[in-house]
Each structure stands twice: as C-alpha cells, then as structure tokens.
Ligand binder design. Structure first.
Ligand SMILES: *Cc1c(COP(=O)(O)O)cnc(C)c1O
Length: 337
C-alpha cells in the first residue's frame, strides 16, 4: 500500500497510477483501454467543449477490516449515467462496460485504497463526454467514457460536524423542467456563483428552493436534503433534483429502523419544524446541518451544535455497510477482486 497520510487526506484531486477509457465510434463501444496519462486529446470542436455534452458520476470504494475492497451500489450509478446520457442525447454506456471499467480501475489502483479505520476511501469518477466535432447545435457522433480514481478524506473538513447552510432566492441551479435531475456539468457551472458567495459569507453550502415558485426545498448544491421530524425521515420530491443514491439508501435504512419515510414537497417554513436536518451524497455521506439561514427573509433555523441522534444512527449504519462491518442485507455492495 502507498505510504500516504491517510488520516489527513482532503477531498480533492490527486494523481494515481492508471485510468481506463473507451470510445464510441462507428456505432459501437471499443474495448477498455488502460492509460497512465492524466491527459486526453480532444478535437477542438468536441461537443463537450461547446454544447455541454458532459455527464459524470461519483462513487467510492472502501477497504473493509477484512481487507476486502467494496464498491457501493455500482449498478445504480450505471443506470443514472444512462439516464444522464439520454437527457442530453449522448450514447449510453452499457452497465457491463461501466461495471467492468470501475472494477478494473479500482484493481489497478489498489494501493491507493485507504486502510480500514482511517475514514478515507477511494473516490471513483466516471466521465462521459461528446468527443466528436459539431459546430451546429447537434449531438456528437463520437463519445468517450473514462474512469479515474483518487484517495479522499471526508468532503467537509469539519468531518461529521454540523455546518451552516444558506438560502438565496436570486440563484437557481436548475430549471423546473431542465437538467436538474441528471448529473451533468452544466448544473454545476450554474451553481458556482451561489456556492462561492455562500463560502465567502461563511456557509458550507446553498440550499436551493424550487426554481418555479421559490416555495419548496429542492437540494443542497451537490447533495440532497433531508429533515427528521419525530420518527419521520422527510426529503424533497422535485423534478429538478438529482436522485441521490445515498438518499435512496438512507430512506431504506430509515424504514429498517422502523421510521416513516416521506418523499414530498417541503415548504420552506417547515424548516422550523424539523428536529434534525442534513445533506447527503456520496462525497459527504451524511453531513449534519447546524443551521439554515434564509438570507432573504433574515430567518435562521437552528438544529444544534452536535449531530442529531437519528442522523448519526443512519450515518453509522450506512458506513458500516460500506466498510463491511454490518451485513449487507440489501445487496448494495460488490467486492472488487
Ligand atoms: C451526485 C449528486 C448528489 C448525490 O448523489 P449520490 O448518488 O448520493 O452521490 C446530489 N445532488 C447532486 C446535484 C448531485 O450531482
């Protein structure tokens, strides 16, 4: 295994040994290629550069205390990337190729999978781009799929510690019937200004409202939102949020714990009724929310300096499954060997 400072890894890019790539040309996907270069050669008129034909995924591999390397719900990421591809007219990557690419790239970079107990993991970034040239607004006729990896620590430097979120009504990350429900770079470009302002004003992220009416909660930039009220796990239902696999898993775990699960529109004012609030996604897993500041109304919803008991329990259950500490009753995990 590599000799890295595993316990102090940031959530950020770093080089590893290899990445894998394949190409869609003349109506078919090529064999997977292994590359040790961090560079790609691209046509200057590639549609990813001009018309935003770009989708990505994010998942993680975890080293268990049994030494085995596990990846979490990989088929769900494959399906979601196919849905993103359909959403912006790119060629879908078949599930078999997606799964094979991820197993291969993890295996090739095995020495970068952090040791059990460090809280770190190997972040996996699949990327699909329109690589063929077009100058009229049309989808590409060639596509490139690649997967690279890097060891990461927790997404938020504070770790599992509540942080502050903010609501601004003057920004949207996605239109009501736009691309908010697929994982494309354009949504992230649209969120950079609001995110930068939030950081400058001391918040860890923006909580977006629905773009049409600004009445209901949507999601938190790169993570879904959930609230806990009594024995209920409540999360927004909206056409413009990304269906988070972490959120989907937490809903199942909440049911397993005998909780109620509600997926519905959540009016902003209901923030006052939650006992706990959190953001969830692969990068942050569960990120408890200390407070949400509604900047336009000057209202601060406060949830506590310490993570709520239920958020904590759900988080622990999820990571225990991911690291192979708890039995994988829902068959979410696959072993890389
Ligand atoms: C990737 C992503 C999430 C989290 O999804 P997971 O499958 O849980 O990682 C949430 N919101 C947005 C906008 C995303 O792009």
């Amino acid at each position: 295994m590599k000799n890295l400072d595993w316990k102090n890894l940031a959530f950020g890019y770093s080089d590893t040994n290899y990445n894998v790539r394949c190409y869609y040309r003349d109506g078919k996907w090529s064999e997977l290629e292994v590359s040790d270069s961090t560079q790609i050669t691209l046509h200057m008129a590639a549609t990813c550069l001009h018309y935003g034909q770009e989708a990505f995924e994010g998942l993680k591999a975890y080293r268990g205390n049994d030494g085995k390397i596990r990846v979490f719900r990989i088929e769900e990421n494959a399906k979601r990337m196919q849905s993103s591809a359909r959403g912006i007219l790119m060629q879908e990557v078949p599930t078999e190729i997606f799964v094979e690419a991820i197993h291969k790239v993890v295996k090739l970079n095995e020495e970068f999978v952090p040791p059990f107990g460090t809280g770190a993991s190997l972040y996996i970034r699949p990327l699909l781009i329109g690589s063929g040239p077009q100058i009229g607004v049309k989808p590409a006729n060639e596509f490139m799929f690649m997967v690279f990896v890097m060891p990461v620590g927790p997404y938020f430097k504070a770790g599992f510690k509540p942080t502050d979120y903010v609501i601004y009504r003057e920004y949207d990350r996605a239109a009501p019937l736009g691309t908010g429900n697929i994982k494309v770079g354009g949504n992230y470009a649209a969120s950079l200004n609001a995110g930068m302002r939030a950081h400058n004003e001391g918040f860890s992220a923006v909580l977006y409202l629905d773009a049409r009416e600004k009445k209901y909660l949507d999601e938190c930039g790169p993570a879904n939102f959930f609230g806990i009220k009594g024995n209920s796990y409540i999360t927004p239902k909206s056409k413009s949020i990304l269906p988070s696999i972490t959120n989907n898993s937490l809903r199942q775990l909440a049911l397993d714990l005998g909780m109620q699960v509600e997926e519905r529109q959540i009016p902003v004012e209901e923030l006052a009724e939650f006992n706990e609030a959190g953001a969830c996604g692969t990068a942050a897993v569960v990120s408890p929310i200390r407070s949400i500041y509604d900047a336009d109304k000057d209202i601060r919803y406060f949830y506590g300096e310490e993570p709520g008991a239920i958020s904590q329990k759900l988080y622990q259950k999820l990571i225990d499954i991911q690291y192979g500490v708890e039995p994988d009753l829902h068959h979410w995990v696959s072993i890389v060997d």
